[in-house]
Design a protein. Sequence first.
Length: 199
Amino acid sequence: MKPPRIALCVNAAPEGAARLRPGEAGSAPGTGLDHCPADRAPCVHALRADFVKPFKIPESVLVVIHTPQLDVLLIERADHPGFWQSVTGSKDSLDEPLLLTAEREAMEETGLSGTPMQWRDWAVSNIYEIYPAWRHRYAPGVTHNTEHVFSLCVHREAAVGLNPREHTAWQWLPWREAADACYSPSNAEAVLLLPRFVT
């Protein structure tokens, strides 16, 4: 990934870099840094950044968080009110282990974690078409995502802590009601399978 380009004032040019006269703009050879055309110094300007957010990897996890009594935790998306779901998220890197992805996403989205005994890899994968509204997050031509299902068993009293930028509300529902409330068909199907994998 190309690093951000940081604009520096002329007098703040790194040692050995070509200096420009005040009012001149250009790039210091070999540094990847731009020198700012300002006449005043010293200062550091974050004038622009050619930073491009990397495309999402079309491989993700779905984490069904539930209690021993099979109540299921659902969270509501901040960008789509009424869209209730389990924890989901893509791998951060191609070589990231799926369980690590599941643990990371559960912590980031709900603040919940568990011991290895509380986690279960269902060895179930779903391939589904990415919603058109979110397809721009993926590389051109990517239309489908592979989702791997995990579950995490916690007590209902566990402290849920949402990231308000991603989710705005949470609720515990009996597993059948939770399946009916899920916006995503693959999420609903996973919740309906819950008794098979945890009993």
